[in-house]
Design a protein around this ligand. Sequence first.
Ligand code: NA7
Length: 537
Amino acid sequence: MSGIGPDVDVVVIGAGFAGLYALYKLREAGLSVRAFERGEGVGGTWYWNRYPGARVDIQSVEYMFTKFPDLEQEWDWTELMPAQAEIERYLNWVTDRLDLRDQITFDTAVLSATYDDVTATWRVETDAGEQVVARFVVAATGCLSAPIEPAIAGLHSFTGDSLYTNRFPKDGYDFTGKRVAVIGTGSSGVQSIPVIAEQAAELVVLQRSAAYTLPSPNRPLGPNELDELKSQYADIRAAQWASPVGTARFGAVAFLGRRTLTNILEASWDERIAKLDELGFAGCFAWADVFLDVEANEAATRLYAEAIKRVVTDPRTAEDLVPHYPFACKRIIIDEGYFETFNRDNVRLVNLRKHPIESVVPSGVQLEDELLELDVIVYATGFDAMTGSLSRIDIRGRGGVSLREVWAESPQAYLGLGVAGFPNLFTVTGPGSPSVLTNMVTSIEHHVEWITDCIGHLRDHGHCTIEADPDAQDEWAEYVHTFAGPIQVHPSCTSWYLGANVPGKTRYYMPYAGGLTRYMARCADVVENGYAGFDLV
Ligand code: NA7
């Protein structure tokens, strides 16, 4: 650490999609940058979540950086929707092609970041004992990177293998011949269960809330298909950037493109069933009113129960697999053979609402009415989303105020990018950003470019600091709330969008659901009006 002035212009925390792009753009802008990454490699979410079956729900040709026309021609995707390993390979390739690796300190977590009012700098401290003073901090810490440990008694008493989907062993795990339980049926559970079932001797799925999941349209890209797509990249990019969700080709929700204007509430049961016959699971939701109206949503769930019955042969299991909260209040899952897995002889579903877990014990899981003897427990129990990764760092802004404490009360960030009281701290995909409701890569590119331009503006105009104005932040938060409809904030919804999956976390709808295009226009407007809502000093 130098005695006078900062060591670097910017510290970037994280080396996933956001951190890598931030590193590239900030360096391109002529700024000195250091990045710290907790993992041993790049990838962020795609580094840690290497559980069997992990796959993105966006088409590969849109789940990549969009601003490198030469580079994108060189990268060959093999599937319509890539699996974790391929995305991780892509990010490593990009890192090397853009020559970013040397600027990243791996295997190093940032423990604290403290703002100094006098020098207008941040002192960043790592778990390796290093201290770096920077003018700006760009938190590229991801929305789904702070794992939650499930509140289950005796968790650490188990003498078999405990695995976590969100930090799955790097060399994989062989479930062959093992008695396995998976706890959690969100995206990670639903994607890993069919793969584990194929290997395990016995698999028990411990389900607290049933999942809404749709069959994945994934397939290998056919011969010449990628060449054809590459020749259209310019058009694909234009369509992507014009789309409110940052993806024009719709991976998981392809059925949305086939949505009719018919309301499910105006359709007879026979008409609803006809839609199921035509579209399968997607037919439950291909109605105009399902995403807007709670009653319509309930009708869709009844149709979904019918769709499950068509696949799952055991009636009690089929019934237990029906969710009891609105469709699309949580992120829609895509799966490969999830419901079919429950027809296997070695797979059993336990409905935890009827048979709660008492505790984990040395030999397995003790339910209220049964002991499950196990060799392996897989926890697919989720994240402290959107705020958790930053709240776990001791971040102190003006006057020593703690971001953790500020966000515990109300997780707000102006435009999702900056927090009042924390000058020169940028939160890529922070609460109040469209991020998780869009293609993350597209949103990340937008946010990072906005931040880079902003820092360039400050430098060019001789400003030392930028800080969100508390009133502007409040107004933004109110505006963000206008987009959270009755489905998203339904009392029965325990989504991570609401923070409702974390015991004790304030129930607060965090992402901006107004669409990326509208959001980008607003961000541009803020800039045109001299960074309206921010104080520049
Ligand atoms: P999710 O979607 O938060 O799912 C976590 C699952 O774990 C969910 O089914 C939870 O049930 C369950 N869970 C959590 N704690 C417990 C305890 N204590 N006992 C039993 N079951 C529990 O996380 P994922 O990793 O699957 O997916 C996160 C995102 O990654 C996903 O949305 C995609 O965007 C990609 P609950 O629903 O809380 O009743």
